[in-house]
Design a protein around this ligand. Structure first.
Ligand code: SF4
Length: 363
């Protein structure tokens, strides 16, 4: 059925530029290579629960190097994942243990609230310890290479965009449903069985729930690429844990280097954090960038973002220049955000993308 709804999702399979920028994702989606979390499960990790966090991170750094070496050997058919026995403790288990320690003094995102979520304390995002899900469905509205996308919307967010379109989720207006992780793993397997091309972890924001996502995929027994669909406002520790887990980083990039992120989304240091996380994502996985064009923000935000992408990640980076902005939630508090984009602004954004040298973008 979905083939008829989105013919571009079939056409994209033959788009050479998209195939180049998302080569491994396409292979995993088509069952030709294993998803990263499947490889992570096969790497032995020597650690104990009473090891210090510093020791765990040292092991993790070394195993991250081992991971990418093994991934390359598997991808070039020097090794076969099936031939590698299941270890008693894996690189994925190590990530789960580190993530559990982070929960004790939460710093999954750059707010670094430092609260002990395991003791019931809540930080800015109001996320606790039990993964709370708003909805799970086969999403037909994502980028053509992703649909149908098995999307899991988790509650809570690490930013507070006044124009948030999912504010009932990000701000916990909805209650959501607590999901036992083994049950969620079964949902992921069902999405795969129903033809979804990927497991799309989103919210709100997926970052506060990283420990729960990692644990969920410990129980997933199908080969499905993981899409990390995030605002890119996460800590370096989260970026390190995502290496060897996220196949595709689907990252927002919506504010330039000025004060817009702080004023509109309560996100200080956004540019520094966001650019660093895009660079790291590009190093550890494959990247799709969403640039939401905001009214009156073409010069201060859209232009520097598109130029930065072309200069630092290359002209062939897959970019979605998004014109979907509409005033939602508290957007009325920001005068220029009380309206949708004009036709002229959309045309100007396309010209900015072309002038920047981007050749693999959609709108
Ligand atoms: S994930 Fe939530 S609790 Fe943790 S640092 Fe970020 S906002 Fe604070």
């Amino acid at each position: 059925m979905w083939r008829y709804l989105r013919p571009d999702s079939m056409a994209v399979l033959n788009d050479d530029a998209v195939k180049r920028s998302l080569a491994r994702y396409f292979n995993v989606m088509q069952g030709e290579k294993p998803a990263k979390f499947q490889i992570a499960k096969k790497i032995f990790a020597n650690f104990n629960k009473d090891d210090s966090l510093e020791t765990l991170w040292q092991r993790h750094s070394s195993l991250t190097r081992d991971f990418y070496k093994l991934e390359k050997e598997i991808d070039t058919e020097q090794k076969n994942l099936e031939d590698i026995p299941q270890p008693s403790k894996s690189y994925l288990d190590l990530k789960i243990e580190i993530a559990r320690r982070i929960l004790e003094e939460c710093h999954f995102c750059v707010r670094k609230c430092g609260v002990n979520r395991l003791n019931g304390h809540l930080g800015f995002c109001k996320c606790g310890t039990e993964l709370t899900v708003s909805s799970i469905f086969e999403h037909m509205g994502e980028e053509p290479e992703l649909v149908p996308s098995g999307t899991i919307f988790a509650m809570g967010c690490t930013m507070r965009c006044k124009h948030c379109q999912n504010w009932t989720i990000s701000q916990w207006v909805d209650k959501g449903e607590v999901y036992p992780l083994e049950k969620l793993a079964k949902e992921v397997e069902a999405l795969h069985k129903n033809g979804c091309r990927n497991a799309n972890l989103v919210g709100g924001e997926p970052t506060p729930w990283l420990k729960q996502w990692l644990e969920t995929f410990k129980h997933v027994n199908v080969n499905i690429p993981v899409v990390w669909n995030s605002n890119a406002y996460y800590s370096q520790e989260t970026a390190r844990l995502l290496a060897g887990f996220a196949d595709v980083y689907l990252l927002d990039f919506k504010y330039g280097p000025g004060e817009c992120a702080t004023q509109i989304s309560e996100a200080p240091d956004y540019w520094k954090v966001c650019t660093q996380n895009h660079l790291t994502a590009n190093e550890y996985g494959e990247l799709i960038i969403r640039v939401l064009v905001l009214p009156n923000h073409l010069e201060c935000c859209t232009k520097p973002i598109l130029e930065w992408i072309a200069e630092n990640l290359g002209g062939e980076t897959r970019v979605n220049v998004m014109f979907q902005y509409r005033p939602e939630w508290r957007a009325y508090e920001v005068p220029e955000l009380r309206r949708r984009l004009t036709r002229e602004e959309m045309e100007a954004a396309i010209k900015l993308a072309k002038d920047a040298g981007l050749t693999n973008f959609i709108t």
